[in-house]
Design a binder for this molecule. Structure first.
Ligand SMILES: [Zn+2]
Length: 541
């Protein structure tokens, strides 16, 4: 669910979520950059091209694809030694006093440049230090131990399992720790407001990362980002939207840093597709093996987030206006995915789960109640029906609320989801798609029952029920018929009508919704096959 998943993943690592997200995320960032094998190692001719202003603006930006390709080249040029090494160094640190001094000076210079670029004067000196790989690893493990929220993590894991987004018993903790500690280049610690740099990286490699990380540091001085994220800690969807503002602005600021002195900025890119700047997830073995939802969750704040922030930059006058996003943050991943909805002030519908919760029998313990959001709904559809159907159906999300329970005596799980769609026709389409999804997900089902806009069956883990009425849908997994009937009655829905003829069964075909298909536009390929994406989203945080 947008939420949990988000939570999880996104913190990427689950472990730390609620309280220390930030520190973790920082890590990821830097982790990713080290993981990254520059395209140059696979395509030396591209990489070897000399960077000149002519390369950067081949035809005065008449063609965006050339512009974006040039931008990628520029990023490649900023990361020379990785390409030469062909990957992160495994050899012992080569730290020296001189190298340390260069790091520290580079951090000060980049901080000054970012301060100017973002119109955020430095309020306090940046604490920074050069640390060994092991020191950074120990710091992370300590943070994970101190901050991990066992109850939330457990609830997220159970919900993700129930939704079929991760295998049952998936060793999430172990995987997250492995991912976090796989490679670490540095991090920004928001608690101590300190920027760490690994002692085996080179100043030239670090400047691009610094531009991203120090954007976080500067925003933190003004907007206290951890506290700002905590304001919506009971709404995972809203929290992922705020995370997208943080990561998106750091990505776009990084691009502006690259373009400084050229007379151009990220605002000049018309069909901005930040996914082009993101590396191949397969370059990180741990990430590549992670379930799809985890991969998507990790990259969400960087890709749709960057597109959202770039749109805000174009809509408004520049960075000073973009800082308003902290005063009036996007409320949902839907607003991030479809910025028009944010600018038009279209808010998610509030969904009340209380009537359903009241009929859950005693003996069931609520593990969590939260919001999935369009992102998580899309992930669920994508997992079973593919991206095309997910892109067609998920934008009709208008609001949701879900709860996950555990029956203490038998370790059974009950998942309840109440979903509002944009209109009744959208709910009918959702029903058709989700009906198909459930069939694919539970292939050993028994005692199927189909009525109009109603579908149910039994599984060894309990009954599964799907019912839509008006513009709403209700899903219960792990329930009983009596429990679901009581829920339908509690929300004052009429009983489902009798079965309908085969020919009238819900079609799975879905129509595009009118709500701006921003994603589709983003995905327009603006790069030639020769161009490579060069910076992994998870390289930053
Ligand atoms: Zn970041």
């Amino acid at each position: 669910m947008g939420a949990e998943i988000a939570k999880w993943v996104y913190t990427r690592i689950i472990v730390i979520r609620h309280r220390t997200l930030t520190a973790f995320r920082r890590v990821i960032t830097c982790t990713g950059i080290l993981e990254f094998r520059p395209a140059a190692s696979r395509r030396p001719s591209l990489y070897g091209r000399r960077l000149t202003s002519a390369n950067l603006f081949p035809s005065q930006m008449k063609k965006n694809r050339q512009f974006v390709a040039a931008l990628c080249l520029l990023i490649a040029a900023a990361l020379p030694s990785w390409a030469q090494k062909g990957g992160p160094p495994d050899e012992p640190p080569e730290a020296s006093g001189r190298a340390d001094a260069e790091f520290l000076q580079a951090a000060d210079e980049v901080l000054a440049e970012m301060s100017n670029l973002l119109s955020l004067p430095i309020r306090e000196p940046l604490k920074k230090s050069v640390r060994s790989r092991d020191e950074i690893r120990q710091f992370l493990l300590r943070q994970m131990r101190e901050d991990k929220d066992d109850a939330k993590r457990y609830a997220d894991q159970k919900a993700l399992e129930a939704l079929g987004l991760i295998p049952k018993g998936y060793p999430l903790d172990q995987k997250l720790v492995a991912l976090l500690t796989e490679q670490i280049a540095g991090l920004y610690d928001p608690k101590q407001r300190e920027f760490f740099i690994a002692d085996w990286t080179q100043p030239t490699e670090q400047r691009l990362i610094m531009a991203h990380e120090l954007t976080h540091a500067l925003q933190d001085q003004y907007f206290h980002v951890e506290k700002w994220e905590e304001e919506v800690k009971t709404n995972d969807d809203a929290q992922l939207a705020r995370e997208s503002v943080l990561e998106g602005s750091a990505m776009v600021a990084m691009i502006d840093y690259l373009l400084r002195g050229t007379g151009k900025s990220s605002r000049d890119i018309q069909d901005f597709d930040p996914s082009l700047l993101v590396g191949d997830v397969n370059d990180s073995p741990e990430l590549a093996q992670a379930p799809m939802v985890i991969q998507d969750e990790i990259t969400f704040p960087y890709i749709p987030g960057a597109a959202f922030v770039q749109r805000a930059l174009r809509q408004w006058k520049g960075w000073p206006d973009v800082h308003r996003l902290f005063e009036n943050p996007p409320a949902s991943t839907q607003q991030i995915l479809h910025p028009d909805l944010y600018f038009r002030g279209v808010m998610p519908a509030q969904v009340d789960l209380a009537p359903l919760a009241k009929v859950v029998p005693r003996g069931w313990k609520k593990l969590d109640e939260n919001v999935m959001g369009e992102f998580a709904v899309s992930e669920i559809l994508k997992q079973f029906l593919g991206k095309e159907q997910a892109d067609a159906i998920a934008p009709s999300w208008a609001g949701d609320r879900y709860a996950i329970y555990q029956r203490e005596s038998r370790m059974q799980i009950l998942l309840l989801i109440r979903l509002k769609l944009s209109e009744e026709a959208a709910a009918t389409r959702f029903f058709g798609a989700y009906h198909s999804l459930l069939e694919k997900k539970d292939q050993t089902r028994t005692a199927e029952s189909r009525r109009q806009n109603f579908f149910s069956f039994n599984t060894p883990d309990g009954g599964v029920f799907l019912r839509c009425y008006g513009a709403e849908c209700l899903i219960a997994e792990g329930a009983t018929q009596a429990m679901f009937d009581a829920m339908i009655s509690a929300v004052h829905w009429p009983p489902a009508l009798p079965a309908i003829p085969e020919s009238d069964k819900p079609a799975i075909t879905v129509q595009e919704r009118a709500v701006s298909p921003v994603n589709t536009a983003f995905r327009t390929i603006v790069l030639s096959q020769d161009a490579e994406t060069l910076v992994p989203a998870y390289a930053f945080h």
